[in-house]
Design a binder for this molecule. Sequence first.
Ligand SMILES: Cc1cc2nc3c(=O)[nH]c(=O)nc-3n(C[C@H](O)[C@H](O)[C@H](O)COP(=O)(O)OP(=O)(O)OC[C@H]3O[C@@H](n4cnc5c(N)ncnc54)[C@H](O)[C@@H]3O)c2cc1C
Length: 405
Amino acid sequence: MRTRYGTSPWTSEFPASRRPAFPRFRSDRPATVVIVGAGLTGSAIAYACAAAGMEPVVLEAERIGSGTSGRSVGLLNTGPGPLFRDVAAAHGLRAARRVFETWRRGALDGAALLRRLNITCDLGPAAGVLAAPREDEKALRREYDARSEAGLDDAWLNAKQLQGAMKLSAAAALRTRDGFTVDPYRAAVGLASAAVERGAAVFEQSRVKKVGFTRKYADVITDGGTIRTTAVVVATGSATPEWRSLRRHFKRRELYAVMTEPLGAAMREQLFDSRMTLRDTRVPAHRVRWARDGRLLVAGGDQDETPARTREAVLVQRTGQLMYELLTMYPAISGLHPQYGWEASYGETADGLMYIGPHRNFPHHHFALGGGRDTVTGAFVAARLIVRAIQRTSEKGDDVFGWNR
Ligand SMILES: Cc1cc2nc3c(=O)[nH]c(=O)nc-3n(C[C@H](O)[C@H](O)[C@H](O)COP(=O)(O)OP(=O)(O)OC[C@H]3O[C@@H](n4cnc5c(N)ncnc54)[C@H](O)[C@@H]3O)c2cc1C
């Protein structure tokens, strides 16, 4: 089997005939809300704004979901990525509890919304397991104790229980109560289409070149025209050149992913249940999940962004490395081939959390940017927080993701 490099299964296998096409933006007009970027985050915010009657205008530079969203692993996690103890050390116990509770609610709300809207995106329940080798066991125990004291409802698995649940040989693990897997590309496209049904106007191949502002309004400028508004939502994944001064908050990182060919029934039986997902405490961490047709998806190998000229060679090397590492975790997959190998970049923040909220240097703006590798859920968290901010009904604690945290 030949491996397809550089493309994710989510976008490659989506039937072209079902891919909605949206026009380019060509006019000058006012709008209540303008959303810049239509990945999962922009699409979820667009739906939430449209459902609240705001008739948002969405401007996407390329195609819906063609950024990181269409290349992600698709874990709708109940945890925000960084460990609870790290968030508590950086921001205090109360803030950490708020972050984790908000994330869990975001995952549950996101899954409920995708279901309610009937979006076909292979949504399925998948509780997350965080496994530690012997040298990390004590640290994981401290993490478990801190979460328990904070009232977070995770379970401790010893080596035997972990072997039983995940067929994995490691010292111990934490199991979170909920979590889901999703096809992130279909989710983004489905949410954008649902937003249009509720009154949003979506434009593709319509890059925002600049946003100018006065005290009273902002002008969102594209090649096809300008939109005057009092609410610009920036959902471009990371700080793009249009918001250059914010770039220092993000470190560009690359993550690699491999989807295997379908596993036979005998091989599948020696692996874990499809209603579970696996992450380990190694640096960089591995994430493993099941996908459609009994295929396994493993991601990891994070590193700083590589120069474009070496990217292809690095991708082939990393794909091979990830397959090897998967084999050391699950020797039963011996002989299995990778079907897809791809990479994507993301903007990592210092504390691993997204920035969601206004910034004092950018009047009329609301940002929903970055984080790390657990921001699929962040799309739904951001949608809720930003609608509240636009409606001026923000709640105490919404600023836990703010720029001044
Ligand atoms: C390989 C990989 C796997 C991951 N797996 C997971 C996972 O399993 N679970 C998880 O929770 N998170 C995961 N993440 C992180 C998560 O997928 C991403 O952070 C998330 O999808 C980002 O979505 P987004 O909509 O914010 O950004 P994007 O999907 O990147 O969307 C941003 C959009 O903005 C557009 N844009 C940019 N500039 C402009 C402009 N000037 N004008 C108009 N449009 C513009 C882009 O074209 C793009 O479509 C992963 C990340 C990577 C790299």
